[in-house]
Design a protein around this ligand. Structure first.
Ligand SMILES: NC(=O)C1=CN([C@@H]2O[C@H](COP(=O)(O)OP(=O)(O)OC[C@H]3O[C@@H](n4cnc5c(N)ncnc54)[C@H](O)[C@@H]3O)[C@@H](O)[C@H]2O)C=CC1
Ligand SMILES: O=C(O)CCC(=O)C(=O)O
Length: 410
C-alpha cells in the first residue's frame, strides 16, 4: 500500500465567495477537489468567520475583507485567492506571518477596465450622460454646446501599469494625445509621454483617468487642491480605488462646474451586497456616471480570472509552487513524482534551516531536492525526500521552534 501522509483531497475545504466564475469550480473539481462551498455574495462579521473557520482555501473578490483578526480565526487556512487584481481587502502582511500566501489575477480584467473607461470618456465628452438623463425625464434638449469629439484631446493617465497603458493604446487609436504620470519610469507606448509633474498633467489634460493601486501614497491623492489644479471643464474618471479620491472634494468640483463630468466606479465605502443602499454625495449629479465597481465585471474577465486563480490554488495545493503570490517568497517547483514533498514555512531567524537539515541527517533520509526562498520575515523551504512514510519527519519539522506551518503533499 502507498503511504501518502498528506491530507485526503476530499478533506481539503475550499470556500469561494462573491460568485466567482464557474470555471474556478470546474478547475478545482477536475483536479480532484470536490469539497467546495460556494457563496454568491460577500460575507462579513460572524458569518464570514463561521464560513471560513475550517477552510483550507478561501477565494474572494473585492468586497470581502480578510483582516488580521478574521485570519486568526481561520486556523486551517493554507492560501487565499483574490479573484481580481486588488489585494488591499486582505491584510497580506498578517497572512504572510501566518504562513498563508495570497494569490490574485494581475492581468485578466485589465482590458475590461480600459474599455469601460474609454466608453465613459466619449460619453462624458459628448455630454451624452446628461442628455440621457434629460430625455428619460421627457426633456428634448438638442444642443452641441459643451459637446466635443475626443480626437486631438489630451488624456492624462495617473498610474501607467497594466490598465493605464492599455487605455493609453486604445485612446490613442481614436486620436487622443496621451500623457501619463507614474512614480516609476515606464516605457511609453505609442506616442504617449511620461511627465514628471502631477500638477502639470492635471493642468494640461482634458480628461484625467486614475489607475493607481490603493496604498499609503495614493490615499486621497486627488483632493481639493489637486482638483483646483485641473483644467476648467475637464472630465475626471476613477476606476481605481475609492480611497484615492476625496469624494466630497470631487462633489464640490462638480457642483462648482470646475469639472465637466465624472465617471466613478469605486467608492471609499461600497455596499457589501445589493441589499445595502448606496449613498454618495455624487448621486445628485446628472453629469456623473456611477457604476457599482464593475470595471472588471465582464464574462471574459471573470472567466479568465476564475481559471487563473483556481489554477494557482491547485498548483499550490498539489505542488507547493507559490509563483506570483503577492505576499510570499516565490518558489516555482518541478513535479515531484517518486518523492515525498515536505513544505515548511518558518520565521526567518538563524538556526531554523540547520535544525531542518539535522532531522534528515539523523534519519539518514536522502534529500532528492531542496528549494528555499526567504524574505525579511519568513522562509519557505520545500524538501523532496525518497521515503515512503514521512509522518514522523513531519511531526519533527512541526516541532522546530519558529515553525509557522508544515505539510506534506500528495
Ligand atoms: N474598477 C475595477 O473593477 C478594477 C479596479 N482595479 C484597480 O486598478 C488598479 C490599477 O490596476 P493595474 O493597472 O492592473 O495595476 P498596476 O500595478 O499594473 O499599475 C499601477 C501603476 O500605478 C503606479 N503607481 C503606484 N503608486 C503611484 C503613485 N502614488 N502615483 C503615481 N503612480 C503610482 C505604479 O507604478 C504602476 O505603474 C488596481 O490596483 C486596482 O485597485 C483593477 C481592476 C479592476
Ligand atoms: O471585480 C471585482 O471583484 C473587483 C475588481 C477589482 O477592483 C480588481 O480587480 O482589483
Amino acid at each position: 500500500m502507498k503511504i501518502t501522509n498528506s491530507l485526503d483531497k476530499s478533506k481539503i475545504k475550499f470556500v469561494l465567495l462573491e460568485g466567482v466564475h464557474q470555471n474556478a469550480v470546474d478547475i478545482l473539481k477536475s483536479a480532484g477537489y470536490n469539497n467546495i462551498h460556494y457563496y454568491k455574495e460577500a460575507l462579513d462579521g460572524e458569518d464570514l468567520i463561521e464560513a471560513i473557520k475550517d477552510a483550507h482555501f478561501v477565494g474572494i473578490r473585492s468586497r470581502t475583507h480578510l483582516s488580521a483578526e478574521v485570519l486568526l480565526q481561520a486556523k486551517k487556512l493554507i492560501a487565499i485567492g483574490c479573484f481580481c487584481i486588488g489585494t488591499n481587502q486582505v491584510d497580506t502582511e498578517a497572512a504572510k506571518c501566518l504562513g498563508i500566501p495570497v494569490f490574485n489575477a494581475p492581468f485578466s480584467n485589465t482590458r475590461s477596465v480600459a474599455e469601460l473607461v474609454l466608453a465613459e470618456i466619449i460619453l462624458l465628452m459628448r455630454k451624452a450622460v446628461q442628455a440621457n438623463m434629460e430625455v428619460h425625464r421627457g426633456l428634448w434638449n438638442k444642443s452641441a454646446v459643451g459637446a466635443n469629439e475626443v480626437r486631438n484631446k489630451k488624456l492624462g493617465i495617473i498610474g501607467y501599469g497594466h490598465i493605464g497603458s492599455q487605455l493609453s493604446i486604445i485612446a490613442e487609436s481614436i486620436g487622443m494625445q496621451v500623457s501619463f504620470y507614474d512614480i516609476e519610469n515606464k516605457l511609453p507606448l505609442g506616442n504617449a509621454k511620461q511627465v514628471t509633474s502631477l500638477e502639470n498633467l492635471l493642468a494640461e489634460s482634458d480628461v484625467i483617468s486614475l489607475h493607481v493601486p490603493e496604498n499609503a501614497s495614493t490615499k486621497n491623492m486627488i483632493n481639493a487642491q489637486r482638483l483646483a489644479q485641473c483644467k476648467d471643464g475637464a472630465v475626471f474618471i476613477n476606476a481605481a480605488r475609492g480611497t484615492v479620491v476625496d469624494i466630497q472634494a470631487l462633489a464640490d468640483a462638480l457642483k462648482s462646474g470646475k469639472l465637466r463630468g465624472a465617471g466613478v466606479d469605486v467608492f471609499p465605502v461600497e455596499p457589501a451586497s445589493k441589499d445595502e443602499p448606496f449613498v454618495s454625495p455624487l448621486c445628485e449629479f446628472d453629469n456623473v456616471i456611477l457604476t457599482p465597481h464593475i470595471g472588471g465585471s465582464t464574462s471574459e474577465a471573470q472567466e479568465n480570472i476564475g481559471t487563473e486563480v483556481a489554477s494557482k490554488f491547485v498548483k499550490y495545493s498539489d505542488n507547493g509552487s507559490t509563483l506570483s503570490a503577492v505576499n510570499f517568497p516565490e518558489v516555482s517547483l518541478p513535479e515531484h513524482s517518486g518523492a515525498k514533498r515536505l513544505l515548511h514555512i518558518h520565521a526567518n531567524k538563524p538556526g531554523v534551516m540547520n535544525q531542518i537539515n539535522q532531522i534528515f541527517m539523523n534519519e539518514n533520509t536522502n534529500i532528492a531536492a531542496q528549494y528555499l526562498q526567504t524574505d525579511a520575515q519568513i522562509g519557505y523551504v520545500v524538501i523532496d525526500v525518497e521515503a515512503d512514510d514521512v509522518a514522523d519527519t513531519l511531526a519533527k519539522l512541526k516541532a522546530i521552534d519558529g515553525t509557522i506551518k508544515a505539510r506534506v503533499l500528495h
